[in-house]
Design a protein around this ligand. Sequence first.
Ligand code: FAE
Length: 540
Amino acid sequence: MSDNPSGISRRGFIAGTGALLGAAALYGREPARATPQALAGPIANGASVAALVIGTGYGGSVAALRLAQAGVDVHMIEMGMAWDTPASDGKIFCSVLEPDRRSYWLRTRTKAPLNYFLGFPIDRDIPRYTGVLDAEEFGGITVYQGRGVGGGSLVNGGMAVTPKRENFAAILPTVNADEMYNVYYPRANAGLGVSTVDPAWFDSTEWYQFSRVGRKQAQRSGFPWVFVPDVYDWDYMEQEAAGTVTKSALAGEILYGNNHGKKSLQKTYLAQARATGRVAISPLHKVTSVSPASGGRYTVVIDQLDTNGDVTATKTVTADRVFFAAGSVGTSKLLVKLKGTGALPNLNGEVGRGWGDNGNVMCGRANHIWDPTGAHQSTIPCSGIDNWAAGGAFAEVAPLPTGIETFASFYLSITKNPNRAQFTWNAGTGAVELNWQTAWKQPSIDMARTIFDKINSKEGTIYRTDLFGVYKIWGDHLTYHPLGGAVLGRATDNYGRLAGHPGLYVIDGALIPGNTSVNPFVTITALAERNIDKIIATDL
Ligand code: FAE
């Protein structure tokens, strides 16, 4: 622990000063200094910061680390909790099978993505609390997002997939693919700690029987089946299976957080960022406004929340630069509101546009009695079926960790859904709306069927109809992968600089125009690495 109010040790300060001076020489001007209390956190009313990052997910964590390494003081503002302290049961997070108040963001009833089993609803009442998973409802879609220090990395499956090179031009058409595949994807994969399950262990463990059934059936129908890398610590999982460490992925932990094993951002980028001594984080603080201040700076208004979601204080701070990293939905909602209310009048008309669901659609198949998928299932998916080129779908073979044999194969498909929605500001209600319609999932269903109709026909099996309602096959009401709303090269320049307001940047999934062909966080991380490199080299 440091004993000075800035939270930076003397040694760290001296080392840091060297870095700061080095950065100043490198970039030709004296970087702005944060007030000491701005780095001690939580942020003080009236504070002045060099760089303010809104959100602590992938984009925000990359920005904070690289800015700090370049000698810039950073304050990160996060609406969710810190998730660094165990509750009375000794655990930070609760499991999927026993959701309690820690599970959902400000709900009094759970809203599980898979909300029926054998045709019966499985949601249950919970106390209202600033829990880790937000099921944010818009007219035609529920968007699942992580809330807390680490953003989506706290709740996601950790599937860390680099898209195939041949698909990249459709994902980010204005970005140099050579640079991405030679420099930034490798950098992101290293920073995130990505690796793949040991195939020999995969073949022998009961915990991946569900995946092996998925492989057998995919291959019998002639589909390419692939291992999918992840940020889960596979050695730890093998020890979980051996009974030598506390179980996490093998104890139903995933959607509401993993207590062990998963390398969330708290253990990777954010740990490194904090180690610089230049990054402070204010949890339970929500940015509500950003507007121009004198001297090219910005005024940022922040609500401090309690665990009931009530505002306990409103703070006004100034920042030289503001990085929007509140996630596709969070960033889009803020920007659309700030344009609509006139707080940031020069934002262009592309703000709020180009939003997509990464083509997410889920389904289950009922296997024969001789194809059990296992009562014991790891929560971490590790394989997929790739029919992107032929049918527009990449399907994760997903677990259904109920603790009993279900004879179900369960899949999350990522499809080439062409539909894009728009966020708009409704001045009458004071809310941001999204015009996505549930019927827009039909192309995704059609693409997923290019895989599963064929497997069903080959295996003589049928779709499950009891997982998403009564006689409902498709989980077409949700996405885990919101993307777009402030698209690169449209709402921003080709590096995330927002049009019309120098010093404002977007650096998260909002930049990506609706689809990544695979799970998105490696691409979000790699793009953030690319953009912050450029911004540090040219703007600071
Ligand atoms: P994100 O990680 O969402 O971080 C944004 C942060 O900003 C959050 O912590 C917010 O609480 C915070 N925030 C929002 N508004 C404000 C505000 N006004 N003031 C202060 N803070 C704010 O953004 N992707 C994969 O690649 N592989 C997977 O296996 C995978 N599984 C998933 C499973 C689930 C259940 C979910 C929900 C998502 C999954 N994803 C997966 C998606 C992935 O987590 C998501 O694309 C990234 O987290 C998005 O990163 P961003 O940096 O854009």
